[in-house]
Write a protein that binds this ligand. Sequence first.
Ligand SMILES: *Cc1c(COP(=O)(O)O)cnc(C)c1O
Length: 221
Amino acid sequence: MEVWDNLQQVREKVRLAAARAGRDLKQIKIIAVTKKVEVPRIREVVQGGVIDLGENRVQELNDKITALPADIHWHMIGHLQTNKIKYVVGRVDLIHSLDRFSLAEEINRRAVKLGVAARVLVQVNTSGEKTKYGLSSVELPDFLTALRDLPQISVQGLMTIAPYAPNPEEVRPYFRELRLLADRHGLEHLSMGMTNDFEVAVEEGADMLRLGTAIFGSRVY
Ligand SMILES: *Cc1c(COP(=O)(O)O)cnc(C)c1O
């Protein structure tokens, strides 16, 4: 029940943020981030109508794909090693964490082999925090150009992870920057906003929110 209640509260907050920004709620997708969450609790959100789930580790992703219904849309949201790509392409709906060209080449190679298009978001480190993966805004244009040589990579948009800030208003500029970059390059989707800052992200145009703690409570490590 706890998960159910959390989900209702999150949806209400998303609705209010969308209304403040004059946005259509239907354009905003909640991705429940299920890392460290046990399958029975994940089932609760699935029963609550969430069909998009996100994982940041390949092993956990594969275990959960096996354990949960086949019609779930899986999102790979974490940093990827090239040697794990074979376990990801063809199994997930969207890879949010394309952060270097060698990874793109490997994704493309695998997609060619499977005869599929690999849908990806390019991760941009808009805050410039050294601990975060992702391209700088400056590197993005050339990177997008280079990706055109990889025929089975389909770039759907951009993703960013904002730094943690006690006051989420502080990260608004990083979300705004991501939206400007997406607009400039004609990219549709924006994966931004986590538990701490998703309302600001909605106001700045996010259409994919990656929410873990807000739905499942604190993770136990
Ligand atoms: C864990 C994680 C999230 C969810 O974080 P919460 O703060 O728990 O909502 C979102 N995105 C990525 C990339 C993550 O690793």
